[in-house]
Write a protein that binds this ligand. Structure first.
Ligand code: NI
Length: 132
């Protein structure tokens, strides 16, 4: 493998900034991140993920609606953590596992619910499909 000299220099500078001991570890991490992103595009691929939501629990019916969605897909919801950020705002972190297309659909339903201020789905591997 060869890279343009300046690109490699920039890469090495970033490695040091990120605290990597060597180039190989960093390249392996980048390749794994790329594989996870590519596989996510296949709706049948088994993935794990975390959905984060921020919302105001005083909004009428919102909390019930978010809970209903999760119960409808209980087989894919691994755990939910609810944090009361302040008097109004809640942070919910929902661990999910399932086929990428199904996980994305649940995330879209939760994030798109009226009253959710911000939501994000972070996708990762379930582990076995990634070499360490
Ligand atoms: Ni709360």
């Amino acid at each position: 493998m060869s890279l343009p000299r300046q690109l490699l220099a920039d890469f090495d500078a970033m490695l040091r900034q990120k605290g990597y001991d060597n180039r190989s570890l960093a390249i392996a991490d980048i390749v794994r991140a790329w594989l996870v992103e590519q596989r996510r595009a296949n709706p049948l691929q088994e993935i794990a993920g975390a959905i984060t939501l921020v919302y105001d629990h005083h909004k009428r019916h919102l909390q019930d609606h978010l809970t209903d969605i999760q119960h409808d897909h209980h087989h894919m919801i691994l755990a939910t953590m609810h944090v009361h950020l302040d008097h109004h705002n809640c942070l919910e972190i929902i661990a999910v596992r399932g086929q990428a297309g199904d996980v994305q659909a649940i995330a879209d339903a939760l994030i798109g619910a009226k009253g959710v201020k911000h939501g994000k789905l972070t996708v990762t591997s379930t582990g076995p499909d990634l070499a360490d």
